[in-house]
Design a protein around this ligand. Sequence first.
Ligand SMILES: [Zn+2]
Length: 342
Amino acid sequence: MPRLALSRRPALTALAATATLTLAACGGPSAGAGTTTSAADAESCPGEVLDVVVSVSQWGSIVEQLGGDCTNVTTVLASSAVDPHDYEPTTADIAAFTDAELVVLNGADYDHWAADAVATLDPAPTVVDAAEVVGIEEEHAEEEEHAEEEPSKGEEHAEEEHGHGGVNPHLWYSPEYVQAVAAAVTEQLGELSPDAADHFAEQAQAWESDLQPYLDELAALQSSAAGRSYAATESVFQYTAEAIGLTDATPEGYRDAASNETDPAPGDVAAFEAALADGSVDVLVYNSQTEGSLPEQLRAAAETAGVPVVEVTESAPDGESSFVSWQLDQLQQLSNALGGGQ
Ligand SMILES: [Zn+2]
């Protein structure tokens, strides 16, 4: 079925210089995914250096910092020009997992291609599945349990689309989840390379302090978000909005359609535009990483109504290797939109 309005083609973002320690894979078929590798500093590592493979860049940059001198980290899907939701892996992507000692996945059916690749490996590597760490189940697992019940319309869509389903997979947008997953990664690194456990503990501490400005900004936003609402073109920002107490005023019909990657009915779009026009929405959260006529139409409606627009992205823009500065930039936009200053 064509998905015209909510087409998930990634927008062509500016291609900034790649970060230090990051080598774009050249030539091979994985070049489209922008696979990156950060190398260990074996001489500085007090234990065994580990080969770690991460499915998507949202976790890749975090794992690189946690592994420090003791990990070679390969991030398979590292370009923001590739949409993880629709991604079909190449043979090179699948081969990247072959020698991994530790694999870090998002799970929740977001990167099922990576989970599938890992399932074929013998011996099986240690896996940190973020969705499992935070206790979020995949839609499919739930469906199997309730196979005899008639699935709701939403669940049917989830099965068709391999998409968001009933679970919001954007786990890296939750400060709580990010910290839980980081702790799980640190624990597994220490078990796999025990002599380097102290190094991993130091890296984790450094990462926690780097995270602090992001946590501080979230805390500061709680007061300006109180009693305020947002509507979103996509569900990507939902966990952060929940963490700061911003109310989701996205019309339900639109939200359901968008999270199942189907086209909303004309009535849903009209309801969204009406909400923007009548002052019941304080901020429009707009995913600038995907393009489509409908999100653009909603953005225009927000601008006409004087509703501030905050741009967020699925993954960090190319060239932005820091999770914290990526997130902080978005949070400061939100703070400005809510009139909280910086
Ligand atoms: Zn998404």
